[in-house]
Each structure stands twice: as C-alpha cells, then as structure tokens.
Design a protein around this ligand. Structure first.
Ligand code: SF4
Length: 468
C-alpha cells in the first residue's frame, strides 16, 4: 500500500520524472555509498544518463538535478535560492561535496556525466547508472536507477516490485470497489479510512496525519500565491509569457465590480502553479509535475469560495484526492510516457473532482461518480508538448481540467449516483488500455499533435522527447 505522500511530493519543476527523480536517484546513490562506508574512499563518481533523460536533460534540468543530488540535496528541501551559485561552483571549480561531511570529490562534468542519447536501459526509458571508483580506478559501488514517473525512483532490483508491501494498514484495498466497500462496511468516510491507513504507514496518530496534510496544503497555497505574483517570460526558448498575474488582476477587478466570475478562478490558480513549475519553482506533484496545478487550484477555490470551507475540509480534500491518485498509480499509470496526458491531467482531474465532491458532502457513490466522470472525459488525451517543454498545451490544460473537476463534482452531487453504467475501476482500466493502444508518438515524444503542427508552421522550437 502506498501513501498519499507518494502521490503528493514536494519537489521542484519542471519535471517529476526528469528533474525530481534524477535528483533523488543521485542522492540515493551517495547515501548508499555512505551506508557502505565508501564515501571517504571515493576518488571519482561517473553518472551515465540514458534514453529520454539523456535526450531532454538540458530542457528539464536533469543534469543539474543530478549534480545537486550528488551533494545530498533532495527536491523537497533544496534551497532554490542557492542553486545558481552551487551549480557555478561545481561546473567551474570541478568538484562536488559529498554528504554527510562535505567530502570534496573531483567531478568534471565533461568526463563524469556521460549522456547516452542513443541508448536506453532495458526496463524503462528513464535510466541512470552511478558508479564510484577509488583512487586505483576500481569500482567500489554501482547502482542502476529508473525514474518511473511522478518522482518515483526504483533500483534495477526493485523494478516491478510492489511498493511498501511490508507495511500493514488497517484497511487494505486493491481497487476502488474494495475501497468503497470498506468505507460502507466500517461506517467510515473516505478521508477517515485514508487517515487510519496513513497513520499506520507513517507510524503516527491521526493528529500527525492532519498536521502533515495541512503542511502539504500550505506548500500548494504558497505555490499558487507565487504564481499569481510572478510575471515575465518562461525559460526554454518558446518565449511563453507568464499570464496568471494579469489574469488574476482582471478577474479580481470583475469580482470587485460584482460580476460573477468565480468559475474562472480555478483556471487561473492552476495556470499560476503550472507557470511556477515551468519556471523550475517549488511545486507538489499531484500526481505529477506536469499536472501539478489541478488539485491545488480546486483546493484554493474550495478554500476561498465554498460555503462549507474549513481546515478539516482541506485535510479531507487532500486525503480523498490522494487515495484516488493511489488507485490510478497502483492499477494503471500516472506516467504520460506510458499512457499519454490522460494519465497525468486526466488523473489529476479525477482526483480533484472526487475530492471536491467529498468536501461538498457527497456520498460514496457521488464521490466515485465525480472521479469516474472526470477520467471518462479525458480518455484518449494525448501528450504533445510543444518543443518538449511543459508549457504548451500543459499550462492551460491544467486550468481547463481544474474548472472541469468542479463542474463534474457539481453534476455528481445533483444526482444519487446509482444510475451510472461505468464504475471508477472500469474507467481506470479503460484509461490503461487506451494508453496501451495509443500511438507512441503521442506519448511524450513531441513528435506529433500540437508539437508537430507548430514545428511545421516554422515556430522556432526545438524538438525534444519530454516527460513531465
Ligand atoms: S501534455 Fe504531456 S507534458 Fe503536458 S501536462 Fe500532459 S502529459 Fe505532461
């Protein structure tokens, strides 16, 4: 059983698989080196970067993420303000400082960071190999990692194994029907059941689960605020303007003039988050970086406009959204490289719709129906980011999905929910199968769809393989 904190991870943009995952892999390797008592014996570390990570490394800050990870930095805690200075030191002075005591290790980027654009490791397109050598150039430690989407990493030996299988939870479930049946049987709401499981997974009590969930919500709210207050041009070469601040000002002016426009706020909140993500800022995977705007946007809308909004509601919202994300992660995929954008923006919309129905007093059936409809109407959504950057169509797409989540929750709440022909489990399986059937060029290659159209129109974009 995985935790909602495996779905919601504090990290940095622009990519959960190409930035967050590689940084975690590098940090995991130096931790391994330390555990094996080899840190002081290391004279050199070589990092080989394969496949999609190699092809998109520059655009997604993969190489920088690896360098910072070698110094023990992790996405949730790294001080973003110090990055330029640290990267300049590593690149110009040719060394990294290994944790825990700052062992100074020579690291020549041109020699020790090997980018293998024409090769992929056998199990996944996002592979990295780390090898440490002693002064005699003998290998003293080696590990293979895969960044498998949503910021998850696994070693070669862990690949394909169930995550966290050893931890017992009071209410184990494998799919949505089991989850809802457990709620029914024990007289629990969805967030109450999830809270009990989270307490077991975290070895803590319900109060600690609540505090941790509220802290997560605060990171999301802070991200929305930064996005609403930061203008300028996004990096990457597409010259995409950050639009959220001006849009928010215009909406606020309409709001102040008593014009009804609340439905547009989630759209702008989501764009604010995804502009932060595209700029390399601090975001929460929800369930990925590319789809990071939807859950915070709907949660922000709930906090500001919902008549029942409360701190308890914020906790319930994230516990419910998180468990819906777990259903997709464990029964299908949350990786655009696997199943297209339906697995990222579609999943995020489903999470947000189910959660919004829950905090609006929805029954189990209504929560399920909201989550199901939100995926049903994203089935087949392809991934075609222009220029390999998580900007066009990703930023607006998050906004549209946030607005859609609220509307579909509202639709579910108007009905009893017993009429539906399609269950949440059925739509999750359909999404997976649709992804399997989808042409590979529509799964994070930037070789089809909008990316291809803009290239034909001679919009000045380079084409990279991308994964968000
Ligand atoms: S289009 Fe692709 S890159 Fe953009 S949000 Fe969707 S899955 Fe991510």
């Amino acid at each position: 059983m995985i935790s909602i904190h495996d779905i919601f991870k504090v990290g940095l943009g622009p990519s959960s698989s190409h930035t967050v995952g590689p940084m975690k892999a590098a940090a995991a390797f130096v931790q391994l080196l330390q555990e094996q008592g080899q840190t002081e014996h290391a004279a050199r570390i070589a990092v080989e970067i394969y496949g999609s990570l190699a092809l998109t490394g520059t655009g997604h800050s993969t190489f920088d993420a690896v360098l910072l990870g070698l110094e023990g930095s992790l996405p949730h805690s790294i001080d973003l303000a110090t990055l330029p200075e640290r990267l300049a030191r590593i690149n110009n002075e040719g060394y990294v400082l290994l944790p825990p005591h700052g062992h100074k290790l020579p690291f020549e980027v041109a020699r020790d960071l090997v980018v293998r654009v024409d090769e992929s490791l056998p199990k996944h397109p996002n592979g990295l190999i780390f090898t440490a050598y002693n002064a005699a150039e003998e290998c003293i430690c080696r590990e293979v990692y895969y960044s498998v989407g949503g910021g998850f990493i696994v070693t070669d030996a862990e690949f394909g194994r169930a995550h966290n299988e050893a931890v017992a939870v009071p209410y184990p479930f494998n799919n949505a029907s089991e989850l809802f049946a457990l709620c029914q049987e024990h007289g629990l709401s969805v967030p109450e059941l999830v809270c009990a499981n989270e307490a077991a997974l975290g070895g803590c009590d319900a109060g600690a689960v609540r505090r941790r969930t509220l802290a997560l919500a605060q990171v999301m709210f802070d991200c929305v605020d930064r996005g609403l207050n930061t203008g300028g041009i996004l990096p990457g070469g597409l010259s995409v303007m950050r639009r959220a601040p001006k849009l928010a000002q215009k909406l606020q002016a309409l709001h102040d003039a008593n014009q009804i426009n609340t439905h547009l706020w989630p759209l702008v909140y989501a764009m604010a988050v995804n502009e932060e993500n595209a700029a390399g800022g601090r975001v929460v995977t929800a369930p990925t970086n590319g789809a990071a705007g939807i859950v915070p946007a709907v949660l922000s809308y709930y906090r500001r406009f919902h008549p029942l909004a409360s701190e308890d509601g914020i906790v319930d919202f994230l516990l419910t959204a998180g468990v819906i994300g777990i259903l997709y992660k464990t029964n299908a995929s949350i990786s655009g490289a696997d199943v297209g954008c339906q697995g990222e923006v579609g999943v995020a919309c489903s999470m947000a719709a189910g959660a919004y129905a829950a905090v609006s007093g929805g029954s189990l059936r209504q929560i399920e129906n909201a989550a199901e409809m939100a995926m049903e109407h994203h089935l087949g959504l392809t991934c075609d980011p222009v220029g390999g950057l998580v900007q066009i169509p990703c930023i607006e797409r998050n906004g549209i999905a946030a607005e859609k989540a609220i509307k579909l929750a509202g639709l579910a709440l108007l009905e009893e929910g017993g009429h539906q022909k399609v269950s949440l489990d059925m739509v999750i399986q359909t999404m997976l199968q649709t992804g399997r059937d989808m042409k590979s060029t529509y799964k994070e290659t930037s070789l089809a769809g909008l990316a291809s159209t803009l290239k034909k129109k001679a919009v000045a974009v380079s084409v990279r393989v991308v994964e968000c």
